[in-house]
Design a protein around this ligand. Structure first.
Ligand code: LLP
Length: 419
């Protein structure tokens, strides 16, 4: 069942708690997550891939609230991180260093040293220069670095261009054309400062069709098997993230088909598999609550001006992403189309355009649906707007995960020079 649904009186609930009650108590704009929904999505993903004995590393970039990470850690999740900051978050939330995978094309020397000192389970390297850097830092620290190679198998993932990473034209991974990746794997095997951990792939995000996964995974398996036949140890194949969700209905994602595909390709191949789902665990288990400030009739358009904006949820502006927008209570039938916009001084500041909306008034409240992934984590303080706070409802209890930042805290970070 979907974590967000309406009761018989038309009130929008998170599990069984009315969202209006939360908005009354904690104000808006506010991110609200269903802890039960997040937990259920994670356990259903984990059981879909359980027959192939996979390690599931939640991609923290999708939602890195400590409370969310800690909840997932309790249910067996590891972490996929992309910065030293995310490493600190994973550790603070109680994830064991061995259950952390470090991805990304530009890890600084400080971040690599931080990861090796913490003893993390796997670093996914993406270039020869990065391998040199990891090797020299491991040597300095007197440790052996567990390194997997992220390869680029040149697969078009069929998603938005800005979140496609599978093609050769992107900055990601090491080409599997010719012998580039294979030769580099031999090099990492011969390096006494490095323990080869395997191969990794991630072709993009919000992928709604299994065909690109199949292509990429088969190419990864081929390379893994051919390296093994050359005597290389290849313990792990890391399959990345990318499983898409339904932004229209906001229903729970069914991972069965994805799990079946993975089983069909990797069963009895002897590789330990790794997974890095982000969006699929959290997207439909979060909403952004907002309140109508004014309703303004333009020349031929109604603008619903709300107190959340592109600084809180950037996805519509950045990717033309669609999020359903729903009143918290039943406000009657739609009276026509409207744009739901924030107060930021840009025409691109909208949460939804051309939506059928009821007769909204100042003070009415709305939920921007499917905002649990890549929402709060991509917020900024543009226009000196402190980003919205985050709460998680778990077993009926409302837990504040992060207060809305204050303008004072923003100003306190700055200083004026002595002119
Ligand atoms: N692993 C790696 C190496 C990644 O780069 C990503 C996402 C993931 C895993 C998790 O992918 P997921 O399961 O969430 O699709 N801000 C964009 C999405 C960017 C995704 C970046 N990488 C959005 O709002 O749609």
């Amino acid at each position: 069942m979907c974590a967000f649904h309406r009761d018989a009186n038309g009130h929008l609930l998170v599990d069984s708690t009315p969202l209006a009650e939360i908005a009354d108590k904690l104000g808006t704009p506010l991110y609200v997550y269903s802890g039960n929904g997040i937990r259920d999505a994670f356990t259903s993903f984990a059981s879909a891939v359980a027959p192939v004995a996979g390690n599931v590393h939640f991609a923290l970039k999708a939602n890195s609230a400590l409370g969310v990470i800690a909840l997932l850690a309790r249910h067996g999740a590891g972490a996929d991180i992309v910065s030293g900051g995310e490493l600190d978050r994973a550790l603070a939330a109680g994830i064991a260093p061995a259950d952390i995978v470090f991805s990304g094309v530009g890890k600084s020397r400080t971040e690599i040293a931080q990861a090796l000192t913490a003893g993390i389970g796997q670093i996914n390297a993406e270039s020869p220069a990065e391998l040199d850097s990891i090797s020299s830092i491991a040597n300095e620290l007197g440790v052996v670095a567990p390194v997997a190679l992220r390869v680029n198998v040149d697969v078009e993932p069929g998603t938005h261009a800005k979140i496609s990473t599978g093609q050769r034209s992107t900055k990601f991974g090491i080409s599997t054309d010719q012998r580039e990746a294979a030769d580099l794997y031999h090099r990492l095997h011969d390096d006494p400062n490095i323990a080869p951990a395997g191969l990794a792939v991630h072709i993009g995000s919000q992928i709604q069709n299994l065909a690109p996964f199949e292509k990429a995974y088969c190419a990864l398996l081929d390379l893994g098997q051919s390296l093994r036949s050359e005597g290389m140890p290849v313990p792990t194949l890391d399959l990345g993230g990318g499983v898409g969700v339904d932004y229209d209905g906001g229903t729970a994602t069914d991972f069965t088909d994805y799990g079946a595909l993975v089983q069909r390709i990797f069963k009895n191949t002897g590789f330990t598999l790794g997974f890095e789902p982000g969006r699929a665990i959290v997207a439909n288990n979060g909403v952004l609550l907002t309140e109508v400030i004014f309703v303004k009739q333009g020349d031929n358009k109604r603008f619903i001006i709300v107190d959340a904006a592109m600084n809180d949820l950037l996805r519509p502006t950045l990717y033309e992403a669609h999020h359903n927008i729903e009143p918290l209570s039943n406000l009657g039938p739609a009276i026509g189309l409207a744009d739901i916009v924030g107060p930021v001084c840009e025409t691109g500041d909208y949460l939804g355009r051309e939506r059928q909306m009821p007769n909204l008034q100042t003070g009415d409240r709305l939920a921007v649906m499917s905002a649990g992934a890549y929402g709060a984590v991509m917020a900024s303080s543009y226009n000196t707007r402190p980003p919205a706070g985050e709460v998680m409802v778990l077993d009926g209890k409302v837990n504040v995960l992060r207060q809305q930042r204050s303008v004072k805290s923003l100003l306190d970070e700055e200083s004026i020079p002595n002119f």
